[in-house]
Design a protein around this ligand. Structure first.
Ligand code: C2O
Ligand code: CU
Length: 529
């Protein structure tokens, strides 16, 4: 195994990902940032310099379990103090499983400013994957807002509440196209459709070859559907686990999910085809995100002669549920879940009004990140400093404590939002673990009947899973990774407004915490006695 050392500088810069110029956060000048390319068992060291001048930062390695290094999870308020402007922080962790993963900012709503990228971990030498392809490419889907994250965050926490609204554009690997002649946009120096930064993302294929697309989403809000005009997609990987292959015309991807799909370049090679990303599950108010599948040797910038795919009906929740149910473990890569569970936690997802502020909640508790990170507070026995019992509180920073090595089921139940007759889709992401997806269902979860229908035979393991509108999703996992882990909705505004919990297990087994994660809140006393 190798040690791979990356040196990153995080900085604001002007960029026009969708032709509209705004401040974005880049890594070494780029958004999406550099791809981490490694092999199973390698150690990754990211030497991160925060050059944001007036803003803290933290980066989370999404899908990496951080076994033995819970302090490198990069979750501000949970596993570390934020990295101050001007400071350099070292993230060091082992990529212990092959697959496709992500990284992104985990401080405030900073991810939306463009601070994200991908991690690709190859299988060890001599190990073969249960499918073949000629070459692979990474595509991160995203949605894009023109307002700054500060304006959005301030609106969300104001009275009256100001919702972020629908995104202006959908990006395919960092590129989209905003209509600069729309009346809301002023001059050509802030929006310019001929700016090369917003030239469409192009994926070149050689006729007859099969490519593997490592497809993921890091949207702030939108659930997306991805389609390649005229081409089937064979789904083979989900969140680092091999899938029993299935073929779809288009694939639904929720924020925080990663898939690998195989695409064979088997269509008329004399032209190019559209890559299309469409909003689903919310009434779309954002145009289709477009890219180009370029058949070599056609010119990559030749627009396809056809109308781009518009995706499935945005409100067809049965279609989305059916696709979720198709995702099962590959027959030769099944990891069987324990047949019994030690504990069942039911989490109801709702919206609440708390003292006139609009919040998102779990079991009517809206989560606040503490100023003293949980991992440090719990490990260093500052517990009394973070848990202030207040029986009447509806906003809190309470945590779930799991017995080490126990098996836990979590049932995520969707309720209504504050808008009458609507139920949102929430993609939930667990740090530090993969879980088995035991089932998805419609309506209210029945604790007597529904568990009888759980898939205990070949459930897929994932780290992010959607909870569909008016439905429920059941997960099982083993609390075997000492540390403190966030579990939250991956929609940026939802987590920011309280849709998350923190889970603690085996904290006493965590090794000595590096002082580099300390320095904020009550942890000051630990480094300056
Ligand atoms: Cu990808 Cu806690 O997030
Ligand atoms: Cu949500």
């Amino acid at each position: 195994a190798k040690v791979r050392h990356y040196k990153w500088e995080v900085k604001y810069q002007f960029q026009s990902p969708d032709c509209f110029r705004k401040l974005v956060i880049g890594i070494n000048g780029k958004t999406p940032g550099p791809t981490i390319i490694a092999q199973q068992g390698d150690t990754i060291i990211v030497e991160l310099k925060n050059s944001l001048l007036t803003e803290n930062v933290a980066i989370h390695w999404h899908g990496i379990r951080q076994i033995g290094t819970p302090w490198s999870d990069g979750t501000e308020g949970v596993t570390q103090c934020p990295i101050l402007p001007g400071d350099t922080f070292f993230y060091k962790f082992v990529v212990d499983r092959p697959g496709s993963y992500l990284y992104h900012a985990h401080y405030g709503m900073q991810r939306e400013a463009g601070l994200y990228g991908s991690i690709r971990v190859a299988v060890p030498d001599g190990v073969v994957e249960p499918f073949t392809y000629d070459y692979d490419r990474t595509i991160i889907l995203n949605d894009w807002y023109h307002k700054s994250t500060y304006e959005q965050a301030t609106g969300l926490s104001s009275k009256p509440f100001v919702w972020v609204g629908e995104p202006q554009s959908l990006l395919i690997h960092g590129r989209g196209k905003f209509n600069c002649s729309s009346p809301t946009i002023g001059s050509s120096d802030t929006c310019n459709t001929t700016n090369p930064q917003c030239a469409p993302y192009t994926l070149t294929v050689v006729p007859g070859k099969t490519i593997r697309i490592r497809l993921s989403s890091l949207t702030a809000l939108s659930a997306l559907n991805f389609e390649i005009e005229g081409h089937n997609l064979t789904v083979v990987e989900a969140d680092g686990h091999f899938v029993e292959p299935f073929v779809v015309k288009n694939i639904n991807v929720y924020s925080g999910e990663t898939y690998s799909v195989l695409v064979k370049a088997d269509q008329d090679p004399s032209r190019n085809y559209w890559l299309a990303s469409n909003v689903i599950s919310r009434k779309p108010a954002t145009p289709t995100g477009l890219g180009i599948l370029n058949y070599y040797p056609n010119h990559p910038s030749n627009y396809p002669p056809s109308t781009p795919p518009t995706g499935p009906l945005w409100n067809d929740s049965d279609y989305r549920l059916a696709q979720s149910l198709k995702i099962k473990a590959h027959p030769s890569h099944i990891i069987a879940p324990p047949v019994e569970t030690d504990r069942v936690i039911i989490l109801l997802n709702t919206q609440n009004e708390i003292d006139g502020f609009r919040r998102w909640s779990v079991n009517n508790v809206s989560f606040n990140l503490p100023h003293t990170p949980y991992l440090i507070a719990l490990k260093e026995k500052l517990r009394h400093k973070i848990v202030q019992p207040n029986p009447n509180a509806t906003a809190s920073n309470a945590i779930y404590r799991l017995k080490f090595n126990s098996t836990v089921d979590i049932v995520l139940q969707n309720g209504n939002s504050m808008v009458p007759n609507t139920s949102e889709t929430h993609p939930w992401h667990l740090h530090g673990h993969d879980f088995w997806v035991l089932g998805h269902g419609k309506g209210k979860f029945d604790p007597m009947e529904d568990p009888k229908k759980y898939n205990l035979v070949n459930p897929i393991m994932k780290n992010t899973v959607p909870v569909h509108s008016y439905g429920w999703t059941a997960l099982r996992y083993i609390a075997d990774n000492p540390g403190v882990w966030a579990f939250h909705c991956h929609i940026e505004a939802h987590f920011y407004m309280g849709m998350g919990v923190v889970i603690e297990e085996g904290v006493e087994k965590v090794g000595k915490l590096p002082t580099s994660i300390m320095g904020c809140g009550e942890t000051k006393s630990l480094i300056r006695p």
